[in-house]
Design a binder for this molecule. Sequence first.
Ligand code: AMP
Ligand code: MG
Length: 482
Amino acid sequence: MIMWNINKKYQNLGTEFFSFVSPTPLMNNPSLIHINGELVKQLNLQNISAATWQNILSGVEQCAGYQSLSSIYMGHQFGVLVPRLGDGRAILIAEHESIDGVSWELQLKGAGATPYSRRGDGRAVLRSSIREYLVSHAMTKLNIPTTLALGLLVSDDKVVREEIESAAIVLRVAESFLRFGNFEYFAHHNKPQELVKLIKFTIQNYFTHIDINNANYIAQFLQEIVIRTARMVAGWQSVGFVHGVINTDNMSILGLTIDYGPYAFLDLYEPKHIFNHSDSEGRYTYANQPHIAWWNLYRLAEALTILDDVSEELLQPVLDSFAEYYNHEYQTIMWQKLGINDYQRVTDKNLFEDVLKFMQVNKLDWTYFWRKISSERGTQDLLAQYSNVKFDEIMGRIQSEQSLTIKSQDKIYQQMQKVNPAIILRSHLLHMAINKAKTGDYSEVDVLFKLINNPYEEFDGYEYYYQLPPMWASHLSLSCSS
Ligand code: AMP
Ligand code: MG
């Protein structure tokens, strides 16, 4: 019977990189709300019973053969250097290898204080845990690189935030939870040997095409992260995802979306809208995400320059290549959303910018617009709805550009429906699921999980979820507190 197949990779790095720490169990009526069956299968962990998962998630039961730990890192938070952070409420409970040879890290989020908790309690509330659990799956199904979530547990243990809330735990999964901040930490504290060890560890486990004997391997390492980050952020922009707190400690070295907090998906296309009210300057708006990603890469590159033979001149062209990689990824996805496969052959060069301007000026909903133009009926609906604002003119330009490469309109629509989701996790949908969950009713969590599992399909009977948000949704705001 296959259960844990422990392969200690990160742990073998040594205690310069982490501290051993045990979860503090949630004791008050812990209850498993949801488990991601598909992910359990992918990890070949089907033999673990629901009761055991509940014990693992609540922190009562350890994974056999693994001593749990929390990592040390630092970060630039809202642009400010913070020299010592670390997993303040995340505990790595297993490193497990699935049959296909992939090594996975399993991490509890909210399992109590660690040496890096500072003034925090090491806990997570139900609200933020539902949000992280659902969005991890949503992003997976939207083909955007992300950490995964295997299970969600709630308890009657109470934690104090702006109000008193229930403590919950998410079991997260990723090939690695390493962040830019892990590397910055060893640079800032002038520990080049540890920094090199961590870089080589990352290359040998995750960037295996890079040869550490090549004199240029550090630049190649940075290049890989630049490419992955560009791909991730382009994915975010395509679905209107706003992370909300892209500090360098929340930037994954593998280019995964990580540490979901006050995230939001755009409703109206307002690129400068501030969702996270802790971000008063609007550092982390939708419009700013590509620039901030690049700024964060810059901080990572700076950390690498403490090493012998790694100069700014060596890394500058690598950093500069971000714009090119990002633009290519972004243009590719965005033109595909418009039904155009090869953006380099487009004749109406301003079309795309004009569509965005049109959306902004006329306050169009991001997801709704793209999905509507992905079918004949939807296009007709929009034409009727926006007859007063020259929608026909912009639609005419879109269709004439589309027809230059693909002749069949049906085929164009089919392709567009594969890149323009019918559903994203709108804030009000999450809000409704959370409010119900607070009364002990998790049915909306189940519904949302089911719908986002197939974001490009529209299920009968769930029309409400595909429609525009109600008026009250525009008043929702999010905080960092979670
Ligand atoms: P974030 O920006 O939410 O990823 O968190 C920034 C830092 O604060 C990380 O080092 C977290 O581990 C830590 N942190 C956040 N919330 C808590 C908490 N409730 N208890 C302890 N540490 C926390
Ligand atoms: Mg974080």
